[in-house]
Design a protein. Structure first.
Length: 77
C-alpha cells in the first residue's frame, strides 16, 4: 500500500470534521489517503464553514500517468 496524499493539520483537527474516512490513516495531526492496488480510494469528510465573503481551499495531488480515472477517484489497472 502506498501513500497518495498526506495532509498535516493542527492537533485535534478531526473534531471539527464529519463524515467517513476510507482507505486512510488518521493521526493526531495528519490524514493520509491510502491506495491499494485495484481499490478505490477516497475520503468523505466535510466541514460546515461559517458564512464569509471568501473561502479558499487548495492542495495539490499528483497521480501517475498510467492511472485511469473512471469515476471521482483513480483506479490502477
Amino acid at each position: 500500500m502506498s501513500v497518495l496524499v498526506h495532509e498535516t493539520f493542527e492537533d485535534g483537527w478531526q473534531d471539527s470534521w464529519k463524515g467517513q474516512v476510507h482507505n486512510a490513516y488518521v493521526s493526531g495531526d495528519s490524514l493520509r489517503l491510502m491506495f491499494r492496488e485495484g481499490d478505490h480510494y477516497g475520503c468523505a469528510l466535510y466541514k460546515e464553514v461559517p458564512p464569509s465573503r471568501h473561502v479558499k481551499v487548495s492542495y495539490m495531488v499528483r497521480a501517475l500517468s498510467n492511472w485511469n480515472s473512471h469515476s471521482t477517484g483513480k483506479t490502477l489497472e
